[in-house]
Design a protein around this ligand. Structure first.
Ligand code: NAD
Length: 360
């Protein structure tokens, strides 16, 4: 299959590209604007592969998208390009509306135009897979406030987004479903919980904590750290996405989660404890990594709990996460220890310098 991956230089998009390239039956066109979050160094395998090409394109640019579809003739579109950081959406929501809403609309229209002129098996087989988040559902009751069996997000949960980020993603999900219902564009949607793993941009909780701890800097935790997220190892997510894109049923939504509900403070403790074991020699004469934890003012509108019921994708497509929270976190911390070349270039900004030659 020839698969167009938007946001292919981002955290999850690059994991999808690496996953696709590991299977000889696929070729990949990675399409990315290369914002601060895009990093071509996250796909080392692309350097040796003749099944990989890169297009430096903004998904809001209809003309450039039209050219890519004409030239590349993809079988499947996997749409991951987005502005993705909640804190940034609170400081500046405009970019989120532009990329996540207008960009998704522009990509849908380019895909529809392309799909309409396809014929036969190529038209039959075409899929537009929209990758979204569980944050569109808002939040769930927290065990500190409600006892008994706590609910999970299912594919039928109503939308109730809290942040500009999740509201923009919810809007894009609605657009995708409308393009199926109104125009018949063969779409499928996935909503996933929080990801973690290799090549994660250091502004997000887990890499931020690992790198601050290694530098002996404070580890900021929002509020009292009791917010619960359902953590999924990014390579498990990438496998699920490839499964849905290639075998998912048109018009369906699949929730994807890791069955790993953890409080933010538990996540930070886990990282500190792994570092105690793996890097016992600490910087700045600190006694324990946990002593760096500092509680900071909570984020406005902060959702208290997310948790996914992932039984549908398991039942229909046989997908299950392979990593537990413990094994995934150990792999992640070890990856950051072994790959300082990657995150040092991100922190210094050097990963952006070599891009001109890559824009091809
Ligand atoms: P990311 O921020 O790491 O990557 C986004 C990529 O999109 C970057 O490479 C960026 O350069 C590119 N991009 C941004 N604006 C663009 C534009 N206008 N045109 C073309 N490319 C553009 O994000 P991520 O964490 O990899 O998330 C990927 C997708 O998965 C997003 O749609 C996000 O909503 C969704 N998601 C993320 C998580 C998570 O935990 N990170 C969980 C569930 C769903």
């Amino acid at each position: 299959m020839k698969i167009l991956v938007t946001g292919g230089a981002g955290f999850i998009g690059s994991a999808v590209v690496r996953c696709l390239l590991s299977d000889e039956q696929h070729s990949v066109i990675s399409l990315d604007k290369l914002t601060y979050a895009g990093n071509l160094e996250s796909i080392p395998a692309s350097l040796q592969s003749d099944r990989y090409s890169f297009e430096c394109v903004d998904i809001c640019d209809a003309q450039a998208l039209g050219r890519v579809f004409d030239e590349q003739q993809p079988d499947i579109v996997m749409h991951l390009a987005a502005e993705s950081h909640v804190d940034r959406s609170i400081d500046g929501p405009g970019e989120f509306i532009q990329t996540n809403v207008v960009g998704t609309y522009t990509l849908l229209e380019a895909s529809r135009k392309y799909w309409l002129q396809l014929e036969g098996e190529k038209k039959e087989g075409f899929r537009f897979h929209h990758i979204s988040t569980d944050e569109v559902y808002g939040d769930l009751p927290h065990p500190d406030e409600q006892g008994g069996n706590l609910p999970l997000f299912t594919e039928e949960t109503s939308y109730a987004p809290s942040s500009p980020y999740s509201a923009s993603k919810a809007s894009s999900d609605h657009l995708v479903r409308a393009w199926l219902r109104t125009y018949g564009l063969p779409t499928v949607v996935t909503n996933c919980s929080n990801n973690y793993g290799p090549y994660h941009f250091p502004e997000k909780l887990i890499p931020h904590v690992i790198l601050n701890a290694l530098a002996g800097k404070l580890l900021p935790v929002y509020g009292d750290g009791s917010q619960i997220r359902d953590w999924l190892y990014v390579e498990d997510h990438a496998r699920a996405l490839v499964e849905v894109a290639t075998n998912g049923r048109i018009g369906e939504t699949y929730n994807i989660g890791g069955h790993n509900e953890k409080r933010n403070i538990e996540v930070v403790h886990t990282i500190c404890d792994l570092l105690e074991e793996l890097v016992p020699e600490k910087p700045n004469n600190i006694g324990f990594y946990r002593s760096l934890i500092t509680f900071v003012k909570d984020r406005p509108g902060h959702d208290v709990r997310y948790a996914i019921d992932a039984s549908k994708i398991d039942k229909e497509l046989g997908w299950k996460p392979q990593e537990t929270f413990e094994s995934g976190m150990r792999k992640t911390v070890q990856w950051y220890l072994d790959n300082s070349w990657w995150w040092k270039r991100v922190l210094s900004g050097d990963y952006r310098l070599d891009r001109i030659g890559d824009k091809g």
